[in-house]
Design a binder for this molecule. Structure first.
Ligand code: SF4
Length: 369
């Protein structure tokens, strides 16, 4: 469920967001409520196992609209088997009132966009909060909703290895159960991309980026976080069930601007622009602008491509049972090549990244597609 509102647009962000457009909130609430209500009954009858409300910044909604949003989710779905309900939050606008509201509705996991505990790095990333605020907020959230995940960015312009290690050490000293960490990327269309193209912004050397990644793996492991995916680390029992469901090829519904769903072997994508999404919903039109049937072969390839990014690897026999497609046969040459390059290890039908392969996960994943 995509909530597109943000205070301002961070320079590296390529998501479907609207910055400083709180005037659209009421229209958004009406539109998303309608979209939720209009999901066919047969899709709502199956109990949901996970809910993820992301953005954008869901916590940018004031308490009353946030309450309405959470209420409509509870009204429209069978949550009797819900295992995990995550809400993304920004340290800038989460407070006790919103936390109590979230907890009362059943939100049991908070994903905080911390990104760093260093003021200088936060400034480079154009984030509005301070490092000290982030540490306080992590504690405050954990006191209300124990399952806290944080996002951390590394390889920001000007960042040193020591600075990154400090971020990691602060993170591991806090009541955090899950860490997602990504190297900063310069996406086309963002202001960071333009600044980088002009030479105004310089990313870190690739070798330093690799060292930073390895350092994250070492420090998080030492602190009791196990790496279960290329970019994700969790304390025992705290892997993100929602993301695992995506990666394992389970079906999911999606609502809001730019949201992509996978249901009945079909991928659909809503219009990315919030204003166009609103207009379409207000005119009684569908928000969907793309609809693509996914063949069994595509599905199998995608499950393998995501699955191989999991540290425990992917079982191609299970993929065949799930989809009817034998990737061992279809990808025989690619798999042989990856094995020769030392990027994967195979045991029967089970394929996993080697230590070297972990650094080339995108190459390995692409071989399945
Ligand atoms: S807060 Fe997050 S979603 Fe919003 S602009 Fe910044 S990076 Fe993008």
């Amino acid at each position: 469920m995509h909530v597109p509102f943000c205070r301002h647009r961070c320079g590296y962000c390529n998501f479907s967001v609207v910055a400083d457009r709180d005037d659209l909130m009421q229209r958004y609430l009406a539109a998303i409520t309608r979209e939720l209500i209009e999901i066919p009954e047969e899709l709502k009858s199956a109990p949901l196992h996970t809910v993820f409300i992301g953005g954008g910044t869901p916590t940018h909604l004031p308490p009353e609209p946030l309450n309405r949003l959470l209420t409509v989710v509870r009204e429209q779905f069978d949550l009797s088997e819900l295992r995990e309900w995550t809400l993304e939050a920004n340290p800038e606008d989460i407070n006790d009132e919103k936390l109590m509201l979230m907890s009362a509705h059943g939100v049991n996991r908070v994903s905080l966009g911390v990104q760093s505990f260093s003021d200088a790095k936060l400034d480079v990333l154009q984030r509005g909060h301070r490092g000290e605020t982030a540490t306080e907020i992590v504690r405050q959230v954990a006191a209300r909703i124990a399952n806290v995940s944080i996002d951390l960015i590394f390889a920001a312009p000007g960042e040193s290895l020591g600075g990154w290690q400090r971020d990691l050490r602060i993170a591991t000293s806090l009541p955090v159960r899950h860490v997602s960490t990504y190297a900063l990327t310069f996406e086309k269309g963002t202001s960071f991309w333009t600044r980088k193209s002009r030479g105004d912004l310089v990313g870190v050397e690739e070798s330093l980026e690799v060292t930073m990644y390895d350092s994250a793996r070492a420090i998080l492991a030492e602190a009791g976080f196990s790496q279960y995916e290329i970019s994700n680390f969790a304390r025992p029992g705290d892997r993100c069930r929602h993301n695992l469901a995506y990666w394992q090829g389970d079906p999911w519904l999606a609502v809001g601007p730019g949201a992509a769903a996978f249901v009945n072997q079909t991928r659909t994508v809503n219009h990315r622009s919030t204003t166009t999404y609103l207009k379409r919903m207000e005119r009684g039109q569908s928000p969907v602008v793309e609809s693509e049937p996914i063949t069994a072969e595509q599905h199998a390839r995608e499950i393998a491509a995501f699955g191989v990014r999991l540290i425990e690897g992917v079982d191609l026999h299970s993929v065949q049972q799930q989809t009817g497609v034998d990737l061992r046969e279809l990808c025989r040459d690619a798999l042989r090549q990856l094995r020769v390059q030392g990027l994967i290890a195979e045991s029967g039908a089970h394929v996993k990244l080697t230590e070297r392969g972990i650094h080339f996960a995108d190459t390995v994943a692409a071989a399945f597609l």
